[in-house]
Design a protein around this ligand. Structure first.
Ligand code: FES
Ligand code: FE2
Length: 341
């Protein structure tokens, strides 16, 4: 399908961007990220204008990057301020600088036409750096196109089969979903509300809830990049109060940033923010390990799918059923975004 270029993408976690030069390819574009002495995250094209040497393989001099090949020197705005052997700097000596916004502990990057980058359009994930939550997170490289990860996350019925023993129980696949699309805001909502069901080990061990639970999975996908799963776990019968108070339940905000690396590879950023056991290091360790295991189960499956797709003749028709309504809506919005740039 190609990339929706005029969109914001998560390029990195805030803590990944520091004094060093971080190389990351976003939507096919090699980018170098670093942080200035004043604390601002900077993203430049990772290719020296002179002979293409990667700036990420070069070094910093203060807030500037000095190309490791012949010394072209760049300011954080991408302009070249020194070249070797002459005082005149060619007018075209500049590397593209990408608009960057750091918000909710994420470094968002705009890969398209810089003039149309609107920071207010970046979707929010406030739990990630809010004091009432504790977050664990990681990033796994995926050797599959980002569309396969979108499909995967919009249809959680696969938990029953791919993630049995972690987050999957038979009831996930058995419970029907409702799908709603907000066309104007371009958001896909998929809800699955399970009543009086088994508590999977992922939540039993982390929340300490023993016995049956009511389990909600409310997905909110902001294409292309941000996926939110509002997960609510409560002992069966514990309902939110009429005033909206839901302190009898445990909440996990599962966040994914789906950032295309190339046409067939993806940065799979995963985060789990919770409002329970906030200071419990064992729970953090358990959730980090379990969620990474779950993500790697998906990675293995999607890498396999990518190989199947690469080998198949053109024109293969998939079969879709009710569980796919969220994924199909997401594809439609992504197609619209890709076509309009
Ligand atoms: S390639 Fe960068 S200075 Fe020559
Ligand atoms: Fe999964």
């Amino acid at each position: 399908m190609g990339f929706a270029r005029n969109q914001w993408y998560v390029a990195a976690y805030g803590e990944e961007v520091g004094d060093g030069l971080l190389a990351r390819t976003i939507c096919g574009e090699p980018v170098v990220l670093y942080r200035t002495s004043a604390g601002a995250a900077v993203a430049l094209a990772d290719r020296c204008v002179h002979r293409r040497f990667p700036l990420s393989a070069s070094h910093r001099e203060g807030d500037r990057i000095v190309c490791g090949y012949h010394g072209f020197t760049y300011d954080p705005d991408g302009s070249c301020v020194a070249v070797p052997g002459q005082t005149r700097i060619p007018r075209t000596a500049r590397v593209p600088a990408y608009p960057v916004v750091e918000q909710d502990s994420l470094v968002w990057l705009w890969i398209g036409d810089a003039g149309s980058a609107d920071p207010a359009a970046i979707p929010r994930a406030p739990w990630l750096d809010s004091p009432g939550y504790t977050t664990v997170r990681g990033m796994e490289p995926l050797a599959a196109r980002y569309e396969l990860l979108v499909d995967n996350l919009l249809d959680l019925s696969h938990e029953t089969y791919l993630h049995a023993g972690y987050i999957g129980t038979p009831e996930v696949a058995q419970t029907p979903i409702t799908t709603e699309v907000d066309e104007d805001a371009a958001v896909v909502h998929v809800r699955r509300r399970m009543k009086d069901v088994e508590c999977p080990p992922f939540y039993a061990e982390s929340t300490g809830i023993t016995g049956r639970i009511d389990r909600w999975q409310d997905i909110e996908y902001h294409p292309p990049c941000l996926y939110l799963l509002h997960s609510r776990i409560a002992p069966t019968g514990v309902e939110p109060g009429p005033d909206g108070d839901d302190s009898g339940a445990c909440h996990a905000e599962i966040v994914y940033a789906i950032t295309p690396e190339t046409e067939t590879t993806t940065h799979d950023f995963w985060m789990v923010a919770r409002d329970f056991a906030l200071d419990d290091a064992d729970v953090s360790r358990f959730l980090a390990e379990s969620n990474r295991t779950v993500v790697l189960q998906d990675v293995t499956a999607l890498n396999l799918l990518e190989r199947v797709i690469a080998a198949e003749p053109p024109g293969y028709q998939e079969l879709s059923i009710n569980i796919d309504t969220g994924g199909l809506a997401a594809r439609r919005l992504l197609r619209r975004m890709t076509e309009t740039g």
